[in-house]
Write a protein that binds this ligand. Structure first.
Ligand SMILES: C[S@@+](CC[C@H](N)C(=O)[O-])C[C@H]1O[C@@H](n2cnc3c(N)ncnc32)[C@H](O)[C@@H]1O
Ligand SMILES: [Zn+2]
Length: 310
């Protein structure tokens, strides 16, 4: 963790400033081990392996956090190539890396964006600007992000172990938010808190949020086989697929953004990693094209995206 990150972060419990305790291990650029203390409530937080752990104590997603940590732990010694191979089973790497690059290009080098639920961090490999604060509540996932983003850590990428429901960032310190398939795991109450906080930390609304789409195709297949296709599931942990109407409503209601400023699109339309057929093909123009065709897009698109530029 770089010392100048202190100007941006705050206590996840009470929102006050936090200060660095005296004994810490510093390598000239960043702090590897140390302790942070809230100047108000006196809660303290550790910096471990260069990552500040600013967890507020919300237990609502305890099971998910443990499982994400457990999964990441099994890959802590894997090579970058092995990690990317595992990621490619769950995400369309080239489609998403291209989208991340386009999002990053909307910022100047001095600006800051936050990736909420950055996970293993692979979107940002090789992207040298803007400054990216990567937040995730799974410490072990962040350790993997550290490996994949090795050359960028504490240069333009800054990792924080924290919960999206108590984002430890001061008001109006960042210019944008990117979040891929993370907010879909927050229980309803925490989701409202998270959006309210996102609104507070942003100077302006430059956002791109990805969610798993409540696909018409999968719904139809379930109907044909006489099965129910639940929108929300609880195992192994909370997971909420979303429709266009719901996504717009959540953003409108919690961030006060007008519907006309929310652009909805769909992606991973044919290249759905769940189908495991052609998801490794880098034919992004086809994905962009299909994502624009009404009905086809919501029917087939695995991901739904809300873009906001206000
Ligand atoms: C499906 S993964 C996506 C990771 C990454 N965005 C990507 O696209 O590869 C969801 C991530 O969100 C994180 N996450 C879920 N709920 C969270 C919360 N309340 N606060 C912080 N991170 C959370 C998980 O630990 C996990 O890394
Ligand atoms: Zn505090």
């Amino acid at each position: 963790m770089r010392v100048d990150l202190l100007a941006l972060i705050c206590c996840p419990k009470c929102g006050s400033d936090i200060k660095l305790s005296e004994n810490y291990e510093h390598n000239g650029i960043s702090i590897n081990f140390g302790k942070l203390e809230c100047i108000n409530c006196r809660a303290y937080f550790l910096i471990k392996d260069g990552i500040p752990i600013l967890i507020g104590g919300n237990q609502a997603q305890k099971r998910e956090k443990e499982e994400r940590d457990e999964l990441a732990k099994t890959y802590l010694n894997a090579s970058s190539q092995e990690l990317l191979n595992i990621i490619s089973h769950h995400h369309h790497i080239s489609i998403m890396k291209r989208r991340a690059r386009i999002f990053a290009s909307k910022f100047n080098s001095g600006e800051i964006m936050c990736d909420i639920g950055i996970g293993w961090g692979w979107h940002w490999i090789g992207i040298r600007q803007p400054n990216i604060i990567g937040v995730d509540f799974s410490f072990n996932s962040l350790q993997i992000a550290k490996k994949l983003l090795e050359k960028q850590i504490d240069k333009n990428v800054h990792l924080i172990c924290a919960d999206a429901s108590s984002l430890p960032l001061k008001n109006k310190v960042i210019e944008g938010v990117w979040s891929v398939q993370s907010l879909q795991h927050l229980p309803p109450y925490d989701l409202i808190t998270a959006f309210t906080k996102i609104k507070e930390v942003l100077k302006e609304y430059r956002m791109e949020i990805y969610w798993v789409n409540y696909t018409g195709l999968v719904e139809l297949l379930h109907k044909i086989f006489n099965k129910t296709y639940p929108k929300t599931t609880l195992t192994p942990y909370f997971y909420h697929k979303i429709s266009k109407k719901e996504l717009v409503e959540i953003i409108k209601a919690n961030m006060g953004i007008q519907e006309t400023d929310i652009e909805i699109s769909y992606n991973e339309t044919l290249f759905n990693p769940d189908l495991k057929i052609i998801h490794n093909f880098n034919i992004w123009p086809i994905d962009v094209f299909l994502g624009k065709i009404p009905f086809i897009n919501s029917f087939l698109g695995r991901q739904i995206t809300a873009k906001i530029n206000v």
